[in-house]
Design a protein around this ligand. Structure first.
Ligand code: SAM
Length: 324
């Protein structure tokens, strides 16, 4: 089992497959859609498989999340899923996506072995969606969410980053939407990284402020056991008697670093011990041109010795590089 300098066990790999994403979310990466960073020689499916297989066999890794950028921007995504899903010991293989392609691809991803998806959805309002993401794709995302449910990528979770003055008027509508469609929803506190880092104080909405906004339609909150989840989840009964599972990812007001069990690797092989920290090493030379376990162990040891007990006050990179 891998562990860091503070004794936290590392069992969860978040793998950013690409920094490319067609959306230009205001808190993530605004700018013209043509300005896409290119990954020159991203980790190949076979290299990803070697890495995950080694970590699973040697260190008991059992959980992998594919993220980005958007993982669906990789033409070889299905092959990557197939290779990881076939590794003994990987009990949880999930993906975070904008959801734009799921209506076409959910069945294929499920067949390849993907277990579940998280889909980003910040608003149900077409104009607001356009303003936040720079895309007209709301209908596509909604169709993608339903396809993910139809093909049992369960539990389908909605991720909503709440930004004051942008979508904080959507909390109630989104919770009701989740209840109606039997989805889990997670409201995410804005983190001071990326384009809104400088205005974070004015734009962030705390978990307690979100719960205040939801209070008029919530009859009761029942906190669920947290384990090492980044979200504190609640089973909530709404005023119309429906039940829904809602989580809050409160990295800024409710730091959960002491239970952190994850490490992050990006498509260029950089190792990030923390979402908000700088990279602490690179494992590409341990995977290319051939797999070198000793080099991999050395790179992991260096990265994990740099994993701080608590995340830095502000992030150094934008999320499209590391994956949220
Ligand atoms: N493209 C995929 C998507 O749209 O979900 C995956 C990558 S995206 C970077 C992963 C998650 O990070 C999303 O849920 C996104 O909303 C979140 N995120 C990005 N920037 C953020 C910020 N500054 N604060 C909090 N969450 C952020």
């Amino acid at each position: 089992m891998l562990s860091d300098a503070s004794g936290r066990k590392i069992e969860y790999l978040r793998l950013s497959l690409t920094s490319e994403c067609p959306l230009r979310c205001i808190y993530c990466r605004p700018g013209p859609a043509g300005e896409r960073p290119q990954d020159d020689h991203p980790l190949r499916p076979v290299e990803i498989e070697s890495l995950v297989r080694y970590l699973a066999e040697r260190h008991g890794l059992h959980k992998v999340r594919l993220t980005g950028g958007d993982p669906t921007s990789r033409p070889d995504l299905t092959e990557i899923i197939e290779r990881i899903a076939a590794i003994p010991g990987i009990h949880d293989l999930s993906m975070t996506t904008h959801g734009l392609t799921l209506a076409r691809k959910a069945r294929e991803y499920k067949k390849a072995g993907l277990h579940r998806v998280n889909v980003s959805l910040d608003t149900l309002d077409v104009k607001q969606f356009q303003r936040i993401t720079g895309s007209d794709g709301l209908e596509c995302v909604l169709a993608g969410i339903h396809a993910a449910q139809e093909f049992a990528l369960h539990p389908v979770r909605i991720n909503t980053v709440v930004v004051r003055g942008e979508n904080d008027d959507q909390l109630v509508a989104l919770l009701q939407f989740a209840a109606r469609h039997i989805l889990e929803i997670r409201f995410i506190e804005l983190m001071p990284m990326g384009p809104l880092a400088a205005s974070w104080h004015d734009r962030a909405v705390s978990e307690s402020q979100m719960r205040e906004r939801l209070a008029p339609i919530v009859q009761s909150w029942h906190a669920l056991p947290r384990k090492s989840d980044s979200a504190q989840r609640y089973r909530v009964i709404l005023d119309d008697g429906t039940m829904v599972c809602v989580g809050f990812i409160s990295a800024m007001t409710g730091c959960f670093c002491e239970d952190c069990n994850r490490i992050r690797v990006t498509s260029d092989g950089s190792i990030y011990p923390c979402l908000m920290d700088r990279p602490r090493g690179n494992l590409m030379s341990a995977l290319r041109p051939r797999f070198e376990p000793d080099q991999l162990e050395a790179a992991l040891a260096t990265a994990l010795s740099g994993k701080q007990l608590r995340h830095p006050a502000a992030g150094v990179a934008v999320m499209t590089q590391i994956g949220g």
